[in-house]
Each structure stands twice: as C-alpha cells, then as structure tokens.
Design a protein. Structure first.
Length: 315
C-alpha cells in the first residue's frame, strides 16, 4: 500500500503544469471542476490542487468533445457514459438549444449592436472561463470578426460594429497577454506583425496563447520591417522570432542566411523554389492550428540553439 501511494504522489501535477500540457488555462480548469464536476483533483494540506495523469487525459477528452460541438454542460454525461453520440444523431432542437457557439455569437452580436462594452466583457470572460482561448477564437471570435469585416465592406453603415469589436478585442487580448507574460519564465520570443492592421487581432491571439504557455513574449507592430530584425535579434538575444506572414519567403531566406538562424513558416500553401534558384534553406513549417503551435515550439526550441526564427501564418 505504501509503494502504491508513493507512486501516485510522484505522478501528480500542479494546476499550472496541467495548464501548460493541455493548453487550458487555470481559470477554465477550476470552472470545469466547480460548475460541472468534470475534474476531481486531489488537494495538498494547504489546499493546492494536484492532478493525476488520468486527470490530464480527461482534460484532453473534454477538449475533443468540445471541439465536436458538445456543450460543456453535457460533457460529463458523455464521459461517464463512455460513448460519444454521433453528431448526425443530434436533433435540430439539440442544436438550437445546446450549441454554445451559436449562443455566444448571438450574445456578442447583441452587445456589439448596442456598443455595450460592459456586457461584452462579461460574455467574453464567461466564454474563456469555460473553454480554451484557442477554441473560443476558432469557434467564435475569428468567424464573427471576419463576418463583420466583410459586412462593413459591403455596408459602410455597419463599420461602427466592426470598429467596436476590433478595439474591444485588441484591448482585452492585450491586457490578458500582459497578465500571462508577467508570470512567464520560459524562453524569450519576439512576435512581429509586419503585415496590415487586420492581422493585429491574430497577432494578439498568438501572443496570448504563447505567453500563457510560459514563453516570454515581446510584441512589435506593423511599422517593423524585416530589415530591422537582424539588429533587433542580436541586441535583445531572443530565442525565437514569430512572424504572422507567409508572403516573405525570399526575404526570410536572406534573413536566415544573414543571421544564421532557422526559419519556421506556416501557411495555406508552401512556396516552391523557382526554376534556376537555390532551394529554400533552413525553412520549416508550423501547424496552422493554434492548439498545436506551442507543442511545435516546445519540440523545436528544446533542440535548436538560441536565435530561432519562427514565422507563423495568420490564424
């Protein structure tokens, strides 16, 4: 019995470690425990949560179910039953009443229409307390943002809606990034947006996710060009450089040769070398899924020396 208990203790993880391993922030982990009973961590004598490997696996199972569209309020029943209901068997009534993303999208649109910052912040906070930021971004923020962008292009009278949401998200995501970054103690990452104003939101989302994962992130805005980067990298001693861009492969290769750093690029399509030109050297590709980027960073930066350049496509 003693050996068994000792083995269990060595396999327990604090909440911060579970957050880093799964990408689910600590606020969400606590909400899943308190509101829905999805997790039952052990406690230290001082009340700190300790999670087993089974708990970590359960968090990953929850993420899979949420990705499939199952509302967080129904996840426990699905896990306890041991079966995942096929999505095609869900009735129209289920979709109307249980789809959390349709619900939150409706709330967001209502707040935006009224320019109600307080209610919008409350709704945003609730969503990211129940779901990972990656999932909220994929299912709610980015689709709605793109919808309003297209809408205001066709109907100039709706530009206020887009502008309101843009400013709100930039302020909110900027504040969250600074909060997580103040606690991060991992390798230093420089995140640079050399593109247009429209990429600002994706850049801030990426800064949130990477800093929450433990990387120390510094941001540079749209006024920065690739010409500035060699000197910046040399004087600041960053471990990685991320660029939300895919249309700068020639410049990136020149930069990698000049600074002797490894280039990582992600995008919808990989550029091919032009006939008669040398193949792209030291060019690697990152996944497009936000939830997989940190895993790739961890894998590469653990092996590569400092000054790794990692461009990332708009999420």
């Amino acid at each position: 019995m003693t050996d068994h208990n000792t083995s269990d203790i060595t396999a327990l993880f604090p909440i911060g470690t579970v957050s880093e391993q799964t990408g689910v922030n600590t606020v969400t982990l606590r909400a899943w425990e308190r509101r829905y009973g999805l997790l039952k961590p052990r406690r230290t004598p001082k009340g700190h949560r300790l999670y087993s490997r089974q708990d970590v696996d359960r968090v990953k199972q929850v993420l899979v179910l949420l990705e499939q569209g199952i509302p967080v309020g129904r996840v426990r029943d699905v896990l306890d039953s041991g079966e995942t209901p096929p999505m095609h068997l869900r009735t129209a009534q289920d979709v109307q009443t249980d789809d959390p993303w349709r619900h939150y999208c409706s709330l967001f649109q209502r707040c935006i229409h009224k320019l109600d910052t307080r209610s919008l912040e409350h709704t945003f906070n609730e969503a990211v307390s129940l779901y990972s930021l990656e999932l909220v971004a994929k299912k709610l923020i980015l689709p709605l943002y793109q919808q309003l962008w297209q809408q205001q292009a066709m109907l100039p009278s709706t530009r206020a809606d887009y502008a309101f949401l843009h400013e709100f998200l930039c302020v909110k995501l900027g504040s969250r990034y600074l909060h997580y970054n103040s606690r991060a103690n991992g390798k230093r990452v420089l995140l640079v947006n050399t593109q247009t104003h429209a990429v600002q939101l994706e850049t801030l989302l990426l800064a949130n996710i990477i800093s929450q994962h433990g990387y120390q992130v510094s941001l540079l805005g749209t006024e920065t060009t690739l010409d500035h980067l060699p000197l910046i990298i040399e004087r600041a001693e960053f471990d990685a450089l991320l660029l939300p861009s895919t249309d700068v492969s020639d410049s990136l290769q020149a930069l990698s040769i000049m600074t002797q750093i490894t280039v990582f690029l992600s995008g919808e399509a990989k550029p091919e070398s032009q006939p008669g030109t040398a193949p792209l050297r030291n060019i690697h590709w990152l996944p497009e899924e936000l939830s997989e980027i940190c895993l790739t960073l961890d894998k590469v930066l653990a092996k590569e020396p400092a000054h790794v350049l990692i461009p990332v496509a708009a999420v």
